[in-house]
Design a protein around this ligand. Sequence first.
Ligand code: 5GP
Ligand code: ZN
Length: 114
Amino acid sequence: MEDCIFCKIIKEEIPSQKIYEDELVLSFKDISPGAPVHVLIIPKKHIESINLLTKEDSKIISHIFLIAKDIAKKLGIDEKGYRIVSNTGEDGGQTVPHVHFHLLGGRSLNWPPG
Ligand code: 5GP
Ligand code: ZN
C-alpha cells in the first residue's frame, strides 16, 4: 500500500534495522523503543487491522508467533521472558494501520499497562 510507512519499510524505501526477514514477515527494531529489546514483527501483506484478518491469514499469524519466539531466543530474552502486544484501533493505541506485533523484553514489564 503506497502511503503505508510499514509497506515502505518492507520495500526499503524507508531504512530499518532488520532483525529477521522471510517471504511472509519482516522484523525490525522499533524506532522509539519502550524497553531494552523492542522489535516489531509485521506481515509483508498489508492488512490494516486485526479486525480485518481472515482465515486466509491464519498461516501468516501463526508464523509470526513461531518467529517471535525464535527472535526472543536470538536476542537473549527467552528465558527471563517477554511480552508480545498488538495494539488495535483507537482505544488500543494503534498508530500505524498495518498489522504489527511488538516484542518487548530486557527488563521487568509493568502490568497492567497504563
Ligand atoms: P503502534 O503505536 O501502532 O502500536 O505501533 C507502531 C510502532 O511503530 C511504534 O512503536 C513506533 O515507534 C513504530 N514506528 C513508527 N514509525 C516507524 C519507523 O519509521 N521505523 C521504525 N523502525 N518504527 C516505527
Ligand atoms: Zn502496509
